[in-house]
Design a protein around this ligand. Structure first.
Ligand SMILES: [Zn+2]
Ligand SMILES: [Zn+2]
Length: 255
């Protein structure tokens, strides 16, 4: 967990950024790249050269703005940057064209490949040697995707991005060993384009996830209260995200 918060400043909770590593020495995939993610790599013990892929959920700045910081850092002559794949919703090219127009050549990244994924409920699969990805629409906004990542060793991690309580998210999180789910606001201050702790718990239960990690806390969410609310819906273990926390994920026996 590099950034377990939102755009609003809070101690220990930065804008969205999560790193997935499929074992020691394996390539790192970043899920979202909000402001501060590049800086947070150091605290997470991840070198710039280890990041092989960035997977974006949508284009709200708290989820994507550091793609430009990452490009600028990768251009630094002291960095031996390997090829980088950036995956995101349709609109990804427009994001980088706009960044280039506003910020100049410093955010060009010759080692970068862009992969645009359609935003649809039935989902889109991407097969890579180190991970199988599936992105599906969450209806947070017209561009928003949630993601499922299956490692070659069998572990499954799902990430809601910003979401609403849609069947597509249940499908993406189906049987996940870890379901990373936003709960932006408490139940008594619910917003129609975000999840509450209760909704996160309900989704985890419907999906049959093994473990739930609550995240993306706006200041009006008390994480401990969020855990209690989610636990009324979901009987499995519930973790609370915090910048700098690392969780080991094990595949379920027989999975
Ligand atoms: Zn958003
Ligand atoms: Zn958000």
């Amino acid at each position: 967990m590099i950034g377990a918060g939102t755009i609003l400043p809070q101690v220990g909770l930065g804008p969205a950024g999560y790193a997935l590593r499929g074992g020691p020495g394996a390539p790192v995939t970043l899920f979202d790249c909000g402001p501060g993610t590049v800086r947070g790599l150091a605290a997470a013990g991840i070198g710039l050269e280890e990041v092989r892929r960035v997977v974006l959920t949508h284009f709200h700045v708290d989820h994507c703005l550091d793609v430009f910081a990452l490009a600028f850092a990768r251009r630094n002559p002291t960095v031996a940057a390997p090829p980088l794949e950036v995956v995101g919703p349709v609109g990804l090219r427009r994001l980088f064209e706009g960044g280039r127009a506003a910020l100049g050549r410093g955010v060009d990244d010759p080692g970068r490949t862009l992969v645009e994924v359609p935003v649809r409920a039935e989902g889109t699969e991407l097969e890579r040697p180190d991970v199988r990805l599936r992105g599906a629409a969450t209806a947070h906004n017209p561009d928003a995707l949630c993601w499922r990542a299956e490692l070659p060793t069998g572990e499954v991690v799902a990430y809601s991005g910003d979401a609403t309580e849609v069947d597509a998210l249940v499908d993406v999180a189906r049987g996940a060993d870890l379901f990373v789910c936003e709960c932006s606001h408490p139940d008594d201050a619910a917003e129609p384009n975000h999840l509450t702790p209760t909704a996160a718990g309900r989704l985890a239960a419907r999906a049959g996830a093994a473990r739930l990690l609550l995240t993306h806390f706006y200041p009006d969410v008390d994480p401990a209260a969020a855990r209690r609310a989610a636990a009324a819906e979901f009987a499995g273990p519930i973790e609370l995200a915090r910048d700098g926390r690392t969780l080991a994920v094990a595949a379920r026996a027989g999975a």
